[in-house]
Write a protein that binds this ligand. Structure first.
Ligand code: MRU
Length: 341
């Protein structure tokens, strides 16, 4: 199975997702600043993977404090800076908070880097275990011979390994239940075309890549049995942020009576938010729309608007598949109950 990032001796190794599928370039990151840059530049992306990378970044910080700073001071400073890299995925913030608690409990421990490394590894392993459990639970929701639609990349690359929505597809395929995966190419930076297609090809799972707005015709023809999406942050009432385009798919699902499932670990829920209104939506550089990967599509002088995520109301979600179980409405009540267990 693909592991998009792992710890090796004293540094973090990361598959540069901004170069896939053209080049499989592995980066050796030795400072927390390099990890922060990698997160900003989408070299590592996907809510759980960002959180895991940030956790490892704090180990790097504690290993190599700058002149005049203690390991704990350097790690806390790194955490504050890492929080500024990408605002939407709550996994980043939950992983950093978990690491910070450990630092604050014993800031002067001489083995702080070792203890931080164990915690980062735990965060990583727990994510993979959660993905596997969600895979089983989600696969059980699908009919035989399922034709499923997905958006962005929610696979091994977006997580510690295995995947969320794509993990469900993996598990269902292993059970012989997948007839076809329709993968949205996911403009503007094409996580579907570049990354999901790359993973599905490696696994031998049948798929068709499609332009994002081909989804309407697919629903209209009755050729989709379920939508499987990931999430970057889920509020208490089930409103959630995910890759821009997800809301359109949810509306289409409702119009056509097709089940719409969100697959996300408990680390993606933000119970401090009663609704999605408080979720910060990241806006990324205009160039990603105007000239993705250096190829200018729009005339010089054109301006773009580039929200990386959109917001889908919880009322459009048939169920959330988490490692703690499948959560169904009414979410105001069922989400807090499921997560406290
Ligand atoms: O901008 P990205 O590529 O980080 O966006 C990723 C998504 O929107 C995913 O659907 C989400 O993070 C869940 S990944 C398991």
């Amino acid at each position: 199975m693909i592991r998009p990032l792992f710890w090796e001796e004293d540094h973090l190794v990361l598959l540069d997702q901004s170069r896939l599928p053209w080049e499989e370039r592995w980066l050796a990151l030795r400072s927390w600043e390099e990890v922060a840059e990698a997160i900003k530049e989408l070299k590592v992306r996907g809510a759980p993977a960002i959180g895991i990378a940030a956790a490892y970044a704090l180990v790097l910080a504690a290993q190599n404090p700058r002149e005049g700073r203690s390991p704990a001071e350097e790690a806390l400073l790194a955490a504050a800076e890492l929080r500024k890299t990408r605002p939407t995925a709550v996994n980043l913030f939950s992983a950093l908070s978990r690491m910070e608690s450990l630092i604050q409990a014993k800031p002067n421990a001489s083995d702080l880097p070792v203890r931080l490394l164990s915690e980062a590894r735990r965060i990583h392993e727990e994510d993979i275990a959660a993905n596997r459990r969600m895979g089983e639970l989600g696969a059980a929701l699908l009919p035989e011979n399922a034709r499923v639609l997905t958006i962005c990349n929610t696979g091994a690359l977006a997580t510690g390994g295995y995947g969320t929505a794509l993990g469900v597809i993996r598990a269902a395929f292993a059970q012989g239940k997948i007839r076809m995966v329709y993968a949205c190419e996911t403009r503007p930076v094409l996580q579907g075309a570049r990354l999901t297609a790359w993973e599905l090809l490696r696994e031998g799972i049948p798929f068709r890549l499609m332009a994002d707005f081909a989804a309407g015709l697919l629903f209209r023809r009755g050729e989709v049995d379920a939508v499987l999406a990931g999430a970057d942050r889920i509020a208490q009432n089930g409103d959630f942020a995910n890759k821009v385009g997800t809301y359109v798919l949810a509306v289409l699902s409702q119009r056509h009576g097709v089940p719409f499932y969100v697959v996300a670990p408990s680390t993606t829920f933000d119970l401090s938010l009663a609704s999605g209104e408080g979720i910060p939506i990241e806006e990324r550089p205009e160039e990603e729309v105007l000239a993705p990967y250096g190829f200018r599509l729009a005339p010089k002088g054109a301006r773009a608007w580039n929200p990386a995520f959109d917001l889908t109301p919880g009322e459009l979600v048939w169920a959330f598949v988490t490692e703690k179980g499948v959560i169904r409405p009414p979410y105001e009540r069922t989400i807090p109950a499921a997560l406290s267990g």
